[in-house]
Design a protein around this ligand. Structure first.
Ligand code: NAD
Length: 352
């Protein structure tokens, strides 16, 4: 196994692994460990070049630093990527080699599930390194993060309601959810329990029919759904849905959902603001899952009550973001970055 370092400005450590025997070609990026070891998922994709994989791992690991800083998980940001087609290349030898690669950075990087990586893969990685999170409850780990992400979204939406409507009361408010999968589906149920009028859409028509039948949600077609009138629009399906085409058509007062990377480009935060639409930065409101995972790293191990207490603080984090946005006259997207940077600077000062 050959491990080599790649020098990248602004990153603490970036390493490459090539292992002929297992076919592993992977990268680990540790962006910042000021606030703790770098936690971030492992993804596997058929990147067309190492440069493309490097771009992805750098961007994602930095995002994790900001996400964890705002969420106060006591962790830094990192990410790992395996280059290759998951359908063709996955093997026990590959994941054992990946485990040895992670072990080589001596706990500075802690991994978790991400795109095309499942719990069975991580269980193999775990045979070579203990720096793996998000395994099953039976294994003493924190298990499926989705219900925790949904709860965090609900709590965060209360702060959004206060900011946009002057009250955290969901009763009678129309919430439009795109994507009723693991997180969006759970969020829809929680919102209905709170008295919201829930409208849903999804490309999976069977799922829509099931959720309509069992919970009585109003449904709309996925195509063009963003122009449906509502109080809060919750993107819970995919990233990059907020762009030059959709933003002018939105008929809501706020956007608050769990999907990652909702803005096609950062400038779209300005377009939302210009239209008077309050945007809850995705990585702030969808941090419930990472908070839940971070709790398993505490000295006493995973504790659900401790996790829920920390997840409920997403409300406070969004209140802080909105306050910075108002006071400093910047978008909520920029305000979230400023909050993260403040926390990292405070951590750096405390360590000095
Ligand atoms: P999921 O796969 O369980 O659900 C996604 C749902 O969206 C599915 O029902 C799917 O049919 C639908 N969908 C996919 N593409 C669509 C499209 N183009 N138009 C309409 N519907 C579409 O995923 P999930 O775990 O619920 O995650 C949803 C989003 O939240 C993703 O962006 C994910 O990255 C993000 N997220 C999830 C977690 C978590 O804990 N699961 C944490 C943070 C962020």
């Amino acid at each position: 196994m050959e491990i080599s370092e790649i020098e990248v400005d602004g990153y603490e450590k970036v390493v490459r692994c090539r292992d002929q025997k297992s076919g592993l070609h992977a990268l680990i990026a540790i962006h910042d460990t000021t606030l703790g070891p770098a936690l971030g998922g492992m993804r596997m994709l058929p990147y067309t070049s190492e440069d493309e994989a490097l771009f992805d791992v750098l961007r994602l690991s930095k995002g994790m630093t900001y996400k964890s800083a705002v969420a106060e998980t006591g962790l830094g940001g990192g990410k790992s990527v395996i280059l290759g087609d998951p359908k063709a290349l996955k093997s026990p030898a590959l994941f054992r080699a990946m485990g040895r690669f992670i072990e080589s950075v001596e706990g500075q990087y802690i991994t978790a599930e991400d795109m095309n990586i499942g719990i069975p893969d991580l269980e193999i990685v775990r045979q070579e390194t203990r720096w793996v999170t998000g395994l099953s409850r039976e294994a003493g780990s924190s298990g499926n993060p989705s219900p925790y992400t949904a709860r965090g979204c609900l709590v965060g939406m209360r702060a959004v309601m206060e900011e946009a409507f002057g009250s955290p009361d969901f009763r009678g408010k129309r919430v439009l959810i795109q994507g009723i999968g693991a997180v969006g589906g759970r969020l829809a149920i929680l919102l209905k329990e709170q008295g919201a009028h829930v409208v849903v859409c999804d490309i999976n028509e069977q799922r829509v029919a099931e959720m309509k039948q069992s919970h009585g949600f109003e449904t709309v077609p996925d195509a063009g759904h963003f122009s449906v009138a509502c109080d809060v629009y919750a993107p819970c399906a995919r990233g990059a849905g907020l762009d030059d085409v959709t933003i002018p058509k939105l008929a809501c007062k706020a956007v608050a959902g769990c999907a990652n990377n909702q803005l096609l480009e950062p400038r779209h935060a300005r377009d939302l603001r210009a239209r008077g639409i309050l945007y809850a930065p995705d990585y702030v409101i969808n941090a419930g899952g990472i908070i839940n995972v971070s709790v398993e790293l505490l000295p006493g191990g995973y504790d659900e009550a401790a996790s829920l207490r920390q997840i409920d603080r997403i409300y406070d984090h969004l209140k802080q973001v909105f306050e910075i946005s108002r006071k400093e006259d910047v978008t909520t997207h920029e305000a979230a970055a400023r909050l993260a940077e403040q926390r990292i600077a405070a951590g750096r000062a405390a360590r000095a």
